[in-house]
Design a protein around this ligand. Structure first.
Ligand SMILES: Cc1ncc(COP(=O)(O)O)c(C=O)c1O
Length: 407
């Protein structure tokens, strides 16, 4: 069984700040020592640019960089390394799709379907593209239990829908959508629909198999899964990637440049212009190895246990506090968002911060969802493999203090 007290010892930040209660891994995760050491190893022992140098340091850096791609291939069960593109983050992966794929295939009158629970990075690019092209955004709403209204997909998807983009796990509600089933049903309505999954809150916390999900594209960020900042991943079906034009032009993405024309490299390199985040990509593989060593199933179960415990205590002990999203932790990741009727979320987070408890307050880059729920902001506590039950106890004690102070 996963032991968070043992895991904590692998994260130097807990040694440096023993009193830290970090409940904001949805925003970004903490980093284990092996990831930090790997960054240092690159800078101290083979710090060179990749692909370019015919000398040992550059060859070693290139090898380490490409090894991470192979590790991601097996981690998400892609078919080949040609399907795995390194970007800067989930937002850039989704923008790449919007500019490269969306610009090509969306015409006046076309539709894109998305959901009301998207993070802005899987909402705004599509909304803006449709404003420019004169198309329509169909937004799948919530059902009465706080999940997605997937029983009425035909209300949102038709033969005109070119793209369906949806989040796997909501970064506010914590709900894990039934991606595989939704994609199957969407493809029954429109077999040529292209499906894009925002897996920023899924890949760090549960086993994700792109072939099993049946999606066409999937995006996630290294910094939310124990890896360095500055790296994102876009996985896509090779046939689709082959047909897409580059997103950014520049060095390393070309095979020939002449005064009048340019030939681009094949995928994934045609989508990776310029010098990438070399050290960060290299170190990402240590994060994946760490997650696999602990076990994704173990991590998922651990987070669900903490979320259930938190939801129960919040419900039992606070009369004026409301948890949003499904109350049943079974179909949820380790994310619990809530609000007090009378206290502003920023005040709540500020008081908790004085007790070294880090939670997020605001709209969590999901304004359409908050508008739908008639809220301007919520408080969000999120759990990861290093969180303990006593972290939840500290949160509850902190919230009792909040009630006393703000009453
Ligand atoms: C569901 C979801 N999608 C996308 C993002 C954007 O990720 P990034 O900031 O790494 O681009 C986030 C970040 O919180 C997220 O939670």
């Amino acid at each position: 069984m996963l032991n968070p007290d043992t895991i904590k010892k692998d994260f130097p930040i807990f040694k440096n700040i023993p009193e830290l209660i970090y409940l904001d891994s949805t925003a970004t995760s903490l980093k284990p020592k092996i990831v930090i050491d790997k960054l240092r190893e690159y800078y101290e022992t083979y710090s060179a640019n990749i692909y370019r140098g015919i000398y040992h340091l550059s060859e070693r850096a290139t090898e380490e960089y490409e090894k991470t791609r192979e590790i991601i291939v097996s981690f998400i069960h892609a078919k080949s390394s040609e399907e795995v593109i390194f970007t800067r983050n989930t937002s850039e992966s989704l923008n790449l799709l919007c500019y490269s794929l969306g610009e090509e295939i969306i015409k006046k009158g076309d539709e894109i379907a998305t959901t009301i629970m998207e993070h802005h990075s899987n909402f705004v690019p599509w909304q803006q593209l449709l404003i420019k092209k004169g198309g329509k955004l169909a937004v799948i709403k919530l059902d009465k239990d706080g999940g997605l209204d997937v029983l009425h997909l035909e209300k949102y998807i038709s033969k005109k829908t070119k793209i369906l983009c949806l989040t796997y796990v909501s970064n506010v509600l914590g709900v894990a959508n039934e991606i595989k089933k939704i994609i199957q049903n969407a493809k029954k309505i429109n077999p040529s629909i292209i499906t894009i999954v925002d897996a920023a809150q899924a890949v760090p916390h549960r086993k994700v198999d792109v072939q099993d999900l049946g999606c066409d594209f999937l995006a996630f960020s290294s910094h939310k899964m124990l890896g360095p900042t500055g790296v994102g991943v876009l996985w896509g079906r090779k046939t689709l990637l082959d047909a897409m034009p580059p997103f950014l032009y520049g060095g390393e993405m070309i095979s020939e440049v002449h005064v009048r024309n340019t030939k681009f490299k094949e995928t994934p390199h045609k989508f990776e212009a310029g010098t990438p985040a070399i050290a960060e990509v290299i170190a990402l593989k240590e994060a994946v190895r760490y997650l696999e060593k602990v076990g994704l199933k173990e991590i998922e179960n651990h987070e669900q246990k903490l979320a259930s415990y938190a939801i129960k205590r919040l419900g039992d002990e606070f009369k004026n506090l409301h948890v949003i999203g499904p109350k049943n932790a079974e179909n949820k990741g380790g994310i619990v968002s809530f609000y007090f009727k009378k206290y502003h979320p920023h005040d709540v987070a500020q008081i908790l911060s004085e007790k070294n408890i880090c939670v997020r307050a605001g709209n969590h880059c999901a304004m359409p969802l908050h508008e739908e729920l008639n809220l301007t902001a919520t408080v969000r506590a999120s759990f990861y493999l290093y969180n303990t039950q006593s972290d939840v106890d500290a949160l509850i004690d902190g919230l009792h203090d909040v009630s006393r102070i703000l009453k």
